[in-house]
Design a protein around this ligand. Structure first.
Ligand code: GMT
Length: 377
């Protein structure tokens, strides 16, 4: 009888990669027979139906006039204590260190001596941006070091964490994953004609439209491609830079060639129609959206930063260029669109790499084995 655990998973509910990974991990673990409890301030974006063995605990923050910023991390710690006591959780798995790792530490202190093990998964900006901020840095370092197990989503992020924080504990790399059956590139609902009435090539981008994603580069790459050939651009996601992107497209007189689709619950239906995925980020510890596109058979043109070279193999399933190299990225897009044989080879290679290295079942197994290792330590 395989060992079954009682696991708490903490995450942000947003569409961002860390919330997606945490939710898909919770669903997979529940399907494997573990009892899983998800903690967040709202129902996670990817938790769209009931799953056996999976319970959602919404953290409510009590407001009070004196408190300008209601302390979510304290309310989360309280919820973790309450559920752990009642359900005897074996593990609390915090996704994104800020503030989840700190709340998990606090909960474990309150639960002594019957304590769960705390696992923290580092996702990227919790180390490189937010965590590195002097306002949070010492507490993030402490919380990571107090974790019973620490994972990072890429070798790059493990390296950055050791460099920036000089943490004493071992950091195990467990990469992000993708459901390669769901993101297969073959779906009924592909509506290519709706976006490309004359069968124009379709470029796609997906992100939280924050400055780190360099949305203006996405627009500039598209503008250079459009100078050379017809094409359409699909923009998936929402965020602070959407208005800037729309304004820039009007200046380029390209607004009619772009579809802003907002947050998409089933991005696989969009990727199945796409020809190239663009991700010219300033920083990217992994780039989950690029992996989902690759699994759908879409070659990726991105920046050669962070963990992206661990996901996209340059010249095989996409092209990587220095941050800001809009001309180089546009040239790579045109090379793919003008050479059907090359494009087909890249499509096959992208799908093959996603299946062989990042398939959901294989990676979830690594998390399971890591839990057992932490519990038996
Ligand atoms: O930090 C963000 O911008 C959001 C964060 C998230 O919660 O999605 O993204 C990070 O985690 C993802 C999932 O592991 C990674 O795929 C992203 O590369 C990473 N973002 C950055 O490193 C900028």
């Amino acid at each position: 009888m395989p060992r079954k655990l009682k696991i708490g998973i903490v995450c942000y509910p947003s569409q961002g990669g860390s919330g997606v990974i945490a939710t898909e991990l919770a669903i997979s673990l529940a399907r494997r027979g573990h009892h899983v409890h998800l903690f967040s301030y709202a129902r996670p974006f990817r938790l769209s139906q009931f799953h056996q063995n999976l319970l959602m605990h919404e953290v409510e923050v009590a407001a009070y006039p004196l408190l300008k910023y209601p302390p979510y991390s304290l309310a989360l710690a309280t919820k973790l204590v309450e559920v752990t006591k009642h359900c005897k959780l074996d593990i609390i798995h915090a996704h994104y260190a800020v503030p989840h790792a700190t709340s998990a530490y606090l909960a474990r202190q309150l639960l002594a001596p019957h304590v769960p093990k705390v696992v923290t998964t580092l996702h990227g900006t919790d180390i490189t941006l937010v965590g590195a901020d002097p306002a949070y840095r010492p507490v993030v370092k402490f919380s990571v070091e107090q974790s019973d197990g620490v994972t990072a989503v890429s070798r790059y992020l493990r390296r950055r964490t050791l460099e920036e924080f000089d943490v004493a504990n071992e950091i195990v790399v467990i990469p992000n994953f993708v459901d390669t059956e769901r993101f297969s590139g073959v779906v009924q609902a592909c509506e290519r004609r709706r976006f490309a009435p004359n069968d124009e090539p379709l470029l796609v981008h997906a992100s939280n439209f924050r400055p780190v994603k360099r949305i203006s580069d996405v627009v500039r790459i598209f503008a250079r491609v459009r100078e050379q050939m017809p094409a359409k651009l699909l923009m998936i996601g929402e965020g602070p830079e959407r208005m800037m992107a729309q304004q820039l497209l009007r200046e380029f007189k390209l607004f009619d060639d772009v579809f802003f689709l907002g947050e998409q619950e089933f991005p696989e239906n969009i990727y199945a129609c796409a020809d190239v995925f663009l991700l010219p980020s300033e920083q990217e510890s992994f780039g989950l959206a690029a992996l989902e596109a690759m699994s759908s058979g879409v070659p990726v043109v991105a920046s050669d930063v962070g963990g992206l070279p661990e996901v996209v193999v340059h010249g095989e399933c996409g092209f990587l260029h220095p941050v800001g190299d809009v001309a180089g990225m546009a040239a790579s897009v045109l090379q793919l669109l003008r050479n059907p044989d090359l494009h087909l080879r890249f499509r096959d290679a992208a799908r093959k790499r996603a299946v062989e290295h990042f398939e959901q079942g294989k990676i979830v197994q690594q998390y399971e084995e890591f839990y057992f290792r932490v519990l038996d330590a």
